[in-house]
Design a protein around this ligand. Structure first.
Ligand SMILES: Nc1nc2c(c(=O)[nH]1)N[C@H]1C(S)=C(S)[C@@H](COP(=O)(O)O)O[C@H]1N2
Ligand SMILES: [Mo]
Length: 401
C-alpha cells in the first residue's frame, strides 16, 4: 500500500468531493478514508462500483430467511460519506417545540427496539421493463436490477417516535423528513439523499412497523455501505425511505422537497414537471415475488423439478402471503407452492415448489396473493423510471430430454 503523505485536497477528492458540517469528519489520513469507505461485499454482482450498487445472485439470496449482511444488496447514489462517530450529531428541527441536536450516545440512550424487516428497492426487477412486453416506449434507464434488491435483516436502534417525543412535535405536523450526509451531484448542486414519511407512521412507538434510527444490522455495527453510523429503517416502505447516513430529521406540514421525494420515486410516464406534480411519492411496497432456483436459463431435466424463491406481502401491518402459485403452461394451470421459513409481519416469505416440465416448457410463472387482498398481476403498465415491477415473475428454462 502507498503510505506516502497525501495532501488534504487529495483526501477530500477520494471521499467524493466536498466537506459539510454536522458530523462529517475533517479527514486526516488514508486509513480513515478506507475505513469509512468500507470493504466491498465480494459476493454481490455489482452493476456499478462508483457509487456501489450490487445485488446477490438469486440462488444465494434465498439460502436463508435472514439475509447475511454480505449478501444484502447495496444501493447508493454517491460514495459513502466519511463520518466520524465522535463528531456525529443528529439535528431534529421543524415543527417541534424543542429543536434538538443529539450525539450517537444520546440517541442510543433513548427507548430502543430490535426488529426483523425486509428492505426492498423500488427498482427491484427494473430490467424486466426493458423486455419484449412493451412496445413504443423508451428504454428505462437507471441501475438495471434483476430480482436481488431485497433482503431481510434484523435491525436494532432507537424508536423514531422516542426522538420525536423528546423534540415535542407541534400541531400541524404531517410529515417527517430524513436527510442523509452523502453528497450527490444533482442539477449543478450537491444534495444529501432525502426521504419523507407520513407523521402517523413516524409516531408508531411499538410493534414491527415502527421506524427505527438503526445502528445495528444483524447484530453487528452497520457497515459503511449500509449507512454507518446511523440509518433509518422504515418497515413496509420502499428502501428509499430508509435513509442511510442519517444527519437531519425535519418535522413538517408537507412531504420533503428533496429530489428523491418530490421528483424521483414516483410512477410517471414522462420525466417532466407536470407528470411529477400529478403523482405522489411512493411509500409502501407492493406484493412481489421471484423464482430464485433454478437460475434463469438453466438446463433442467424434463420431469418433476424443484423450485425455491421468495414472496413479499404488501407492506401493510398484518399482511401475510396467502397463495403461492407456479405455472409451467403459461398460466393455464397452477401448482401451489409450500411456504417455508418464518412468517412475520413486514418480512418476506421463502417458499418451495415442485412442478412438472416437459421438453417444450420454455418458461415458469410465479404469482402470489396476500391476506390484504393484494396480488401480483399478470401484467403491469410501463413506467418511465422502472419502479415497482411486481407482475408475474417469468423464469426462462432450458429443459433437456
Ligand atoms: N443517504 C442515502 N440513503 C439511502 C440511499 C442513498 O443513496 N443515500 N439509497 C436508498 C435506496 S434507493 C435504497 S433501496 C436503500 C438501500 O439500502 P442498502 O444499501 O442498505 O440495501 O437505501 C436508501 N437510503
Ligand atoms: Mo431503492
Amino acid at each position: 500500500m502507498n503510505r506516502s503523505p497525501i495532501t488534504r485536497r487529495t483526501v477530500l477528492q477520494t471521499a467524493g468531493g466536498f466537506l459539510v458540517a454536522g458530523g462529517l469528519a475533517h479527514a486526516s489520513g488514508l486509513a480513515f478514508q478506507d475505513a469509512a469507505r468500507g470493504k466491498i461485499q465480494k459476493d454481490l454482482i455489482f452493476r456499478t462500483t462508483e457509487p456501489r450498487n450490487g445485488e446477490p445472485e438469486l440462488a444465494k439470496l434465498v439460502k436463508s430467511w435472514q439475509t447475511p449482511t454480505e449478501l444484502f444488496y447495496v444501493r447508493s447514489h454517491a460514495p459513502n460519506p466519511v463520518i466520524d462517530p465522535k463528531q456525529f450529531q443528529l439535528k431534529v428541527e421543524g415543527l417541534v417545540r424543542r429543536p434538538i441536536t443529539l450525539s450517537l450516545d444520546e440517541i442510543k440512550q433513548l427507548p430502543s427496539m430490535s426488529t426483523t424487516a425486509t428492505l426492498t428497492c423500488a427498482g427491484n426487477r427494473r430490467s424486466e421493463y426493458n423486455g419484449p412486453e412493451y412496445e413504443n416506449v423508451p428504454k428505462v434507464g437507471g441501475v438495471q436490477w434483476e430480482g436481488g434488491t431485497i433482503g431481510n435483516a434484523t435491525w436494532a436502534g432507537t424508536l423514531l417516535a422516542a426522538v420525536l417525543k423528546q423534540a415535542e412535535v407541534t400541531e400541524g405536523a404531517k410529515h417527517v423528513w430524513f436527510e442523509g450526509l452523502d453528497q450527490i451531484p444533482k442539477n449543478g448542486a450537491v444534495i444529501g439523499f432525502g426521504g419523507s414519511i407520513p407523521i402517523e407512521k413516524a409516531m408508531l412507538a411499538e410493534g414491527p412497523g415502527a421506524p427505527l434510527l438503526t445502528h445495528t444490522m444483524n447484530g453487528a455495527v452497520l457497515t459503511p455501505d449500509h449507512g454507518y453510523p446511523l440509518r433509518m429503517v422504515v418497515p413496509g416502505y420502499i428502501g428509499a425511505r430508509s435513509v442511510k447516513w442519517l444527519g437531519k430529521i425535519v418535522v413538517s406540514d408537507r412531504p420533503s422537497p428533496n429530489h428523491y421525494v418530490s421528483t424521483a420515486y414516483k410512477i410517471v410516464k414522462k420525466t417532466e414537471a407536470l407528470d411529477w406534480s400529478e403523482s405522489g411519492p411512493i411509500y409502501r411496497f407492493p406484493i412481489n415475488g421471484a423464482i430464485c432456483t433454478p437460475l434463469s436459463n438453466s438446463n433442467v431435466a424434463a420431469g418433476e423439478i424443484d423450485l425455491t424463491g421468495y414472496a413479499l406481502p404488501s407492506g401493510r401491518s398484518g399482511s401475510k402471503i396467502k397463495d403461492l402459485l407456479i405455472s409451467a403452461d403459461d398460466g393455464r394451470t397452477w401448482t401451489r407452492g409450500e411456504l417455508t421459513g418464518k412468517n412475520m409481519d413486514f418480512c418476506w416469505q421463502l417458499w418451495k415448489a415442485r412442478v412438472k416440465v416437459n421438453s417444450n416448457t420454455k418458461e415458469l410463472l410465479l404469482r402470489a396473493t396476500d391476506s390484504a387482498g393484494d396480488f401480483m398481476p399478470a401484467r403491469i403498465p410501463w413506467n418511465a423510471k422502472g419502479y415497482l415491477r411486481n407482475s408475474w415473475y417469468r423464469l426462462p428454462i432450458l429443459p433437456t430430454k
